[in-house]
Design a protein around this ligand. Structure first.
Ligand code: HEC
Ligand code: HEC
Length: 262
């Protein structure tokens, strides 16, 4: 950013911060950068970056559902969509500091990280934003809930499925892209790489953004109550393989998705 851009964005920031009533820190930073530029020096960039966690304001889940869907669809990239759906709304409702984050940094997560089919990119992107706006002790239970909801819910939901011709729904039972998309291809009879599959993943991305925001809103209101319980196999298998036993593995995914009982 050159100096002119920087002082321009600082002015926008101070006006927005004033309107949003987000307190004196940002306005102070803007004043600081004007003083620096008055004496011909570049303001220290870090003055504009508040401490983590960044301020969250309750958002409209339907607005982010639509934005997550559209962002994913725009470049066919689920992690980009999962982050951008929420960040875009935060940029509009809060402005700075969310204007600092380019969602392009989340492109790597497409297809479960560059097509490896590991964690669903929509989850990865939405969880990144959750981690930006909540302290870790709040974030982990919230993301746990999002992961569990993803595994158990028929996706795309009726809400995102109303964005066009309804598509087949499927329950993944797993947060893995590979499992999620394969089960949908099986349920729908539609192959990967088709426009319908891209549409399904975009709708699912919108749904994940909306759920993430519902969880963040509940947390912000002091009303978050964890509802997810892991499949019975996890407690059962982990009684021997977890911390109380041999502790030779770790995880919360349904063990029976990949292993036979013994
Ligand atoms: C009563 C205790 C107990 C429970 C419950 C249990 N396991 Fe095991 N499991 C063992 C023991 C003991 C071994 C052998 C460990 C070794 O050889 O190092 C083992 C081995 C394994 C192995 C390695 C198998 C191999 O061929 O080496 C896997 C995978 C495994 N268990 C998965 C599971 C899963 C999944 C569940 C739940 C469905 C489960 N276990 C429940 C005790 C248990
Ligand atoms: C996405 C598939 C997947 C899921 C879900 C999964 N595992 Fe595994 N697990 C594997 C693979 C692959 C290995 C490595 C190959 C092997 O040993 O079977 C492994 C290895 C293990 C081992 C070590 C086996 C050994 O050789 O010593 C244990 C124990 C184990 N898993 C238990 C569990 C338990 C308990 C759960 C549920 C909490 C679980 N796994 C969930 C795929 C999975």
């Amino acid at each position: 950013m050159n100096q002119a851009d920087q002082s321009l964005s600082s002015k926008q920031v101070s006006r927005r911060a004033f309107l949003a009533g987000t307190g004196g820190f940002v306005a102070g930073a803007a004043l600081g950068s004007r003083l620096f530029s008055a004496v011909g020096l570049a303001a220290p960039a870090q003055a504009d970056v508040p401490e983590w966690p960044w301020p969250y304001v309750p958002l409209d889940p339907e607005a982010v559902r639509r934005k997550g869907y559209e962002a994913c669809k725009s470049i066919n990239n689920c992690m980009y969509g999962g982050a951008e759906g929420i960040l875009n709304e935060l940029r509009e409702k809060v402005g700075h500091p969310f204007t600092l984050i380019p969602s392009d940094m989340f492109r790597y997560g497409a297809g479960g990280i560059v097509g490896w089919g590991t964690v669903c990119g929509a989850l990865n992107g939405a969880a990144a934003v959750m981690s930006l706006v909540t302290p870790q002790e709040a974030c982990f239970p919230l993301v746990n809930e999002l992961m569990g909801w993803y595994c158990e819910t028929a996706l795309p939901t009726a809400k995102s499925n109303a964005y066009g011709q309804p598509l087949a729904q499927s329950v993944s039972g797993s947060p893995l892209c590979h499992v999620s998309v394969s089960k949908w291809c099986d349920a729908s009879g539609i192959a990967f790489g088709t426009p319908e599959q891209a549409e399904r993943c975009a709708r699912l991305t919108g749904d994940v953004c909306a759920k993430a925001v519902e969880l963040l809103n509940a947390h912000a209101a002091g009303k978050f109550v964890p509802a997810y319980t892991a499949p019975a196999s996890v407690a059962e298998c982990m009684s021997c393989h977890g911390p109380e036993g041999m502790f030779d593995t770790i995880g919360n995914m349904d063990c029976l998705g990949c292993h036979e009982p013994h």
